[in-house]
Design a protein around this ligand. Structure first.
Ligand SMILES: [Cu+2]
Length: 136
């Protein structure tokens, strides 16, 4: 009789522990999915840049200037709730070297840079958004 009670007690403790581990794992997975975009970007378009103001602190693209080696890639991620683009040149004079088109929220855009130089870019929807890729 005492043996049976002990076995039942041990089993129920095991079940509680297993359930506890399963729940804690799933809750960790859920929070990381909610807070992090699927793709980790080199440059992000943060929230609220669809309104002027980010250019005052140079934070429309973060970082607004990125320096890489020739042959490397840059990935942009739109972390805002509005559409944005990564378009080469300046608003008044696009260079037509690259253009992401409208990026949905949390959509990403990756480019290979195989030539050295300085590549200015902007957002076609928000002329105050400007950034630069320096390829060495
Ligand atoms: Cu924009």
């Amino acid at each position: 009789m005492i043996k049976k009670i002990t076995i039942i007690a041990v089993l129920s403790v095991l079940v509680i522990v297993i359930i506890g581990v399963a729940f804690s794992n799933s809750s960790i997975e859920n929070t990381s999915e909610d807070s992090e975009p699927v793709v980790k970007g080199d440059v992000i378009m943060p929230t609220k840049v669809a309104r002027p103001g980010c250019e005052e602190t140079d934070r429309c693209y973060i970082p607004s200037v990125i320096t890489i080696q020739s042959g490397q890639q840059v990935t942009w991620v739109n972390e805002d709730s509005a559409f944005h683009s990564v378009t080469s040149g300046f608003y008044e004079s696009p260079t037509e070297l690259f253009d992401s088109g409208h990026l949905d929220p949390f959509e990403s855009y990756t480019l290979d840079f195989n030539e050295t130089g300085t590549f200015d870019y902007f957002c076609t929807l928000h002329p105050w958004m400007k950034g630069k890729v320096i390829v060495e």
